[in-house]
Design a protein around this ligand. Structure first.
Ligand code: S3P
Length: 170
């Protein structure tokens, strides 16, 4: 028996939440979005959490949630874009999850995130911030074996690709 959870990670705007929701629906599995879970537990939006408590507090909460979810089975989990950047967090999730990293061309990420102000790290100069963060995180994302480029495929195609790979490793 292979690893039972599916974890979907990758940079902001690559499609993690939409694709994760669809994968869970198609497999009849429970879906968890780590950002939504943290926001719900604290009764605050991600923006409010960053504003009131700062990024490092958010990262601590994020790690707590990952540790908790790593002990569960049969979940489809979408993470926040920074969640699996620390190597340690990748290790935690690897134990019981097949991890997929979504990649997307920078121009498309800029387009997809342009009308959304729910991301505290992309407040001003979105374009520049995206390029800066991508560069800083590139090597961490590239350490993940299973990569899916979502620039030119639909949510449905990406979900099917994830499901096929997952079922083939069982
Ligand atoms: C972050 C990505 C966000 C959210 C927070 C920080 C990041 O999630 O966790 O704003 O560091 O890349 P999405 O990737 O779902 O936007």
């Amino acid at each position: 028996m292979g690893k039972t959870n599916i974890v979907i990670t990758g940079f902001m705007g690559t499609g993690k939440t939409s694709i994760g929701t669809l994968v869970a629906q198609k497999l009849g599995r429970e879906f968890i979005d780590t950002d939504q879970l943290i926001a719900k537990r604290l009764g605050l939006s991600i923006n409010e959490i960053f504003e009131k408590f700062g990024e490092s507090f958010f990262r601590t909460k994020e790690k707590e949630v990952l540790l908790e979810l790593s002990k569960k089975s049969n979940l489809v989990i979408s993470t926040g874009g920074g969640s699996l950047v620390p190597k340690e967090n990748q290790k935690i999730m690897e134990k019981n999850s097949l991890i997929f990293c979504l990649q997307c061309d920078t121009d498309e990420i800029i387009k997809r995130t342009s009308n959304d102000n729910s991301r505290p790290l992309l407040k001003e100069n979105k374009h520049i911030e995206i390029q800066r963060l991508l560069k800083r995180r590139e090597s961490a994302y590239n350490k993940i074996k299973l990569q899916i480029n979502t620039t030119r495929i639909s949510i449905d195609e990406a979900a099917d690709e994830i499901i096929n790979i997952y079922l083939n490793q069982q």
